[in-house]
Design a protein around this ligand. Structure first.
Ligand SMILES: [Cu+2]
Length: 399
């Protein structure tokens, strides 16, 4: 049913008035902010508008939003400021929060332009959770307003009487309709979203085959896949048998008896924790299929690459001279590293990997130069890489 705009404005205004007292002003800088002026680079190089969340300390929004990590027993307040021109919320999906703090406009509160809202709750159970904006939800979701929350026991323990593992790999599946992002206001009615772009952690296709998207651990060690879906489609994962995939948690809670899986379907809003153990010399892929929920048609397949960590060194060609796109000096370096794009392309998202393929440091730099203090790095060979795949290796030495 179509309503005139004025009805929406009236409804929004009434929610705000009723709950005005719960829109708290906080003294410290808010943890998060939201903006509607972001840009997502698609796999084909096209740039489309996104809305989203970012950390106030970073000053930029990302898709997905920042990964939030807590420990059980933490008394958490997520405060967020909204300088954007529309009202937004943060709905804490799957967490044990009371109604006033759950970010659903009708029962909680809206955060209008230039207001700060805060959501308080205690993290009660370890698990994988999601957050997203709950205002005109289909539209604000396709625009990119979501992220993942990981909760562990104190000390970083996920399973109190269960297995330990090498690292967490958060994988947030989502999709969008390009035409809606390009012209969000005209996409009326908002619920009619037909996704045509499919992402894992905001990346798709060849973007997933770059450094930080590849999941690595030592051979026969274990990675905990923290899976969650913010998609409009059904996400179907197909695990190669060599990975010995085992499901340990569903919807943020342990399953009664962990079970082996070769495929798993994740519906919108669902979460799973699946442990995988790549054998020695393993280099393969988990297939991520996106299925239309109405027509049951396969719309897209992405691949998440999993690799024995020791293979990363060869992959990066650390000792070869095939770097491209950057001038780095001095090299070798002891403390101050100057990084300069060798053409007009800006650096944007960047990461530095050590010789085991682990991320040492990462950031976002919308400029052509970057100066880093790397005095605390251990001596060794490192690789600087950016989100468009340009790389440059350098050697860190002692003073
Ligand atoms: Cu929103």
């Amino acid at each position: 049913m179509r309503y005139p705009w004025s009805i929406y404005i009236l409804l929004a205004a009434s929610f705000y008035c009723i709950n005005n007292d719960t829109v708290a002003q906080v003294n410290q800088p808010p943890l998060m902010f939201t903006e509607m002026d972001g840009v997502l680079e698609l796999d084909n190089g096209m740039e489309i508008p996104i809305w989203g969340y970012g950390l106030s300390s970073d000053g930029f929004i990302t898709l997905p939003g920042p990964l939030l990590e807590y420990e059980t027993g933490d008394n958490i307040t997520i405060s967020f400021v909204n300088p954007s021109s529309e009202s937004h919320t943060i709905h804490l999906h799957g967490l044990d929060v009371d109604q006033a703090n759950d970010g659903v406009p009708a029962t909680s509160f809206l955060v209008p332009q230039d207001e700060t809202g805060s959501y308080s709750f205690t993290a009660s159970s370890p698990g994988t959770f999601l957050y997203h904006c709950h205002v005109t939800t289909t539209l604000h979701l396709t625009m990119g307003m979501y992220g993942m929350i990981l909760v562990r026991h104190p000390g970083g323990v996920l399973f109190e009487n269960g297995p330990s593992y090498y690292s967490d790999a958060p994988l947030l599946f989502s999709d969008l309709e390009v035409a809606t992002n390009v012209a969000p206001v005209q996409s009326y009615p908002f619920h009619d979203i037909r996704p045509d772009y499919f992402m894992v952690n905001g990346k798709s296709g060849s973007q997933l085959n770059l450094g930080e998207s590849i999941l690595s651990c030592p051979a026969n060690d274990t990675i905990a896949l923290r899976l969650g879906s913010m998609a409009y489609t059904i996400t179907k994962l197909i695990f190669p048998p060599e990975l010995n995939a085992k499901c340990w948690m569903s919807d943020g809670r342990p399953v009664p008896e962990p079970f082996g899986v070769d495929t798993i379907q994740i519906f919108p809003g669902e979460r799973f924790t699946i442990l995988i153990s790549p054998p020695s010399e393993y280099d393969g892929e988990i297939e991520v299929e996106s299925w239309d929920m109405v027509n049951h048609q396969l719309l897209h397949t992405n691949y998440v690459r999993v690799r024995d960590e020791t293979l990363n060194i060869d992959e990066f060609g650390m000792n070869n001279n095939n770097d491209s796109g950057y001038i780095i000096y001095p090299n070798p370096v002891t403390s101050t590293l100057n990084i300069q794009s060798s053409d007009i392309q800006m650096i944007m998202g960047w990461a530095i990997y050590d010789d085991l393929g682990r991320i040492t440091e990462k950031g976002f730099n919308p400029g052509q130069t970057l100066v880093l203090d790397i005095s605390t790095y251990k001596p060794g060979t490192y690789l600087f890489t950016d989100s468009s795949g340009r790389t440059k290796s350098f050697i860190k030495t002692m003073d």
